[in-house]
Structures are given as C-alpha cells and as structure tokens.
Design a protein around this ligand. Structure first.
Ligand code: 6GU
Length: 227
C-alpha cells in the first residue's frame, strides 16, 4: 500500500512511522508513506496556503488552489482509491473502517488546519472524511498518523504473528482480555492459575469469558449494537 499525506506541518509526521511495526512494514516494502509539504504549492512570494473566510469571522480557511495543485500533481503519478480529509466533523474512525481501508492500494490523506479547507474541495475532490474522536486537535497531522498506524499494521505480512490482529480489542466487538508475563508471583501479586495450567482449551475459554466481562463492564455499547 502507498499512502501520500499532504500537510502544512510535514515535520510533525516525520517521527511516527519510523519506529516499530510501521518502520518494519516500510522496510519490508509492504507500506510506503510519503509526506508532501503543502507550502511548496503556496501562492505568491509568501507561499500563501490560507485566507480569510468569506462572510467574515475569525479563523483562516485553506485555499483551493494550493491543495488542488498538489493533489493533481500526485494524481498524475498514482490512482487513489480514496482522497481522505482528516476533520473532526468526519465519520468517526473505528476498526471496521481501518480494516476496509487496509484493503486499498493507494490512499491520499489531507491534513486540515485553521478553520479547515474550502468547502468546494470537500464537495468535488474529497472522497471520504474521517475524524479520530469527539475532541478537537490543532491540526489533522496527529489524526493522520493515527489513521496510518491503524491501517498500516493490518497489511498482510506486517505483524509478526499473522493471527495477532484477529485478537485485538474491537476486531470481534470485544475488548481484549487481560495479559500477564513473568514473574508468576510478584511479591504476592499472582497470575491467575488457569494461565499456568497448560490447558489450552480452558485458557481459551477463560480469555473469552474475561473479554466478555471486560466489554460488559467498560463498553456495553459494543455488545448492544450487535445485530
Ligand atoms: Cl481528523 N482533525 C482535527 N483537527 N481534530 C480532530 C480530528 C481530526 N479528529 C478528532 N479531532
């Protein structure tokens, strides 16, 4: 999969993909992430990318031209399956959305700033709008990093143990069960006996019961909208 990201703060996106799982995904050639500086497409000698909003009011709006010129340059090189705008009024990101996006080949992600982008881009160019939750960030970069991480780790071959994504929280509408590692007894804090029993069937059943219990206690909404 290839992911292009357009941003006015490309520095913010330098770190997140250079470690751990996403770093390995790129080294293995399973994922390519390219960040593009919108400023390079800015207008005039000040490389302007935003302007006052029509109708008045505080806050700048990202202009059509720099963004569209950047998008069109990228489109010459790649056929995008989705052009995604990161915005707090978008569809709230969840595991099914990440799963579906992970099956695409080319994604283009636009990071919003200020009051957002000119509405006409949303009408005519953007194919999908995604939020990462009900709170406001100062820009779309951190949200884009969250999306790329959630999607990138699902690409076939990225995770060491191919089955492990299947048991993530949310993948089956259940939160993950508790986990333990050595020592089995830390100053009287003990690991549940069953996990030391070697009885894999019983362990699997315990894990399922705990996942269900945890979900009922913490996120009953996940069980309610089960159809
Ligand atoms: Cl995608 N962008 C911004 N600026 N804030 C957010 C968000 C996105 N998702 C949640 N809050």
């Amino acid at each position: 999969m290839r992911i292009d990201i357009i941003s006015v703060l490309p520095e913010l996106l330098q770190g997140p993909f250079q470690h751990s799982i996403l770093k390995r995904a790129q080294q293995k050639g399973l994922l390519e992430v390219q960040v593009h500086d919108l400023r390079a497409y800015g207008i005039g000698k000040h490389k302007q990318v935003d302007d006052y909003q029509f109708g008045g009011g505080a806050g700048m709006v990202m202009m059509i031209e720099p963004l569209l010129n950047c998008i069109n340059d990228l489109r010459q090189e790649h056929r995008y399956d989705e052009i995604i705008y990161m915005t707090p009024d978008g569809e709230r990101l969840n595991q099914p959305i990440a799963n579906r996006l992970s099956m695409q080949e080319n994604l283009l992600i636009i990071c919003g700033h200020y009051k957002g982008i000119d509405e006409r881009l949303r009408e005519h160019v953007i194919t999908r709008e995604i939020s990462i939750g009900d709170y406001v960030l100062s820009g779309g970069e951190l949200a884009a990093a969250v999306l790329v991480d959630a999607v990138g780790r699902l690409l076939p071959g990225v995770l060491n143990d191919e089955t492990s994504a299947l048991f993530d929280s949310f993948q089956d509408k259940l939160l993950a069960p508790p986990v333990y590692t050595r020592p089995a007894d830390f100053e009287g804090w003990e690991v549940p006996d069953i996990l030391l029993s070697g009885n894999t069937a019983a362990i699997e059943e315990w894990r399922y019961d705990m996942a269900l219990k945890r979900t009922r206690e913490r996120r009953p909404d996940l069980l309610e909208d089960e159809e």
